[in-house]
Design a binder for this molecule. Structure first.
Ligand SMILES: [Fe+2]
Ligand SMILES: [Fe+2]
Length: 193
């Protein structure tokens, strides 16, 4: 049984339309192809995670709009789609998970500007501060950056749960996987200092 509540078709369509309109260049990029080939959050990929973050961020923007709070949709689309581009090639770039957490937002910003050109301040804020409150990140400086940061955390949890459910459904499977991952990450940390 899937735990996730199904989104209404018209809401899904609105998200799809905004992603197409403001994010086509990023979605069609070679970087995004690589993102779907690189593992992330144990059983997901950077690409799947990215799409979750974008979808959740836009859903939050739509919910706020119903409360008459406007958000910068192009900035949210571009920022959410680029927020983890810096993670690509992680194993070659960073010596530890901690270093990756601290450095990848700046690397994502650099990769995003290389891909789509100079970005407005709000999009830069989204990418630079999406890790907050972890990874020594400064707090988001805009509503849009706070939205993407929150969506990033929600998506990370979903990356785990969806992945576990597909591989080995049921709570015992989840516990088993967590124990194994803990062992692996301890070994990895010991190996990499
Ligand atoms: Fe990130
Ligand atoms: Fe992320």
């Amino acid at each position: 049984m899937r735990y996730r509540k199904k989104q209404k078709p018209e809401r899904r369509e609105r998200v799809r339309e905004e992603l197409e309109r403001f994010g086509r260049e990023i979605l069609d990029s070679e970087e995004m192809q690589r993102a779907f080939a690189q593992k992330h959050h144990t059983l997901s990929t950077v690409g799947e995670h990215t799409m979750r973050v974008a979808e959740k961020s836009l859903s939050m923007c739509h919910a706020l709009r119903r409360l008459h709070i406007q958000t910068d949709i192009p900035a949210v689309v571009k920022g959410s789609l680029c927020h983890d581009l810096g993670i690509l090639g992680r194993n070659e770039k960073y010596g530890s998970a901690r270093e990756c957490a601290r450095r990848h937002p700046a690397d994502s910003l650099e990769a995003a500007e290389k891909l789509i050109g100079a970005l407005p301040e709000k999009t830069r804020d989204i990418i630079s501060h999406h890790m907050w409150p972890v990874g020594h990140s400064k707090p988001p400086g805009s509503l849009e950056a706070a939205i993407v940061s929150a969506a990033d955390k929600l998506a990370a949890v979903e990356d785990f749960i969806e992945g576990y459910e597909e591989k080995r459904p049921g709570i015992l499977g989840v516990v088993h996987e967590i124990v194994n991952r803990r062992k692996e990450s301890t070994e990895w940390k010991t190996k990499n200092g």
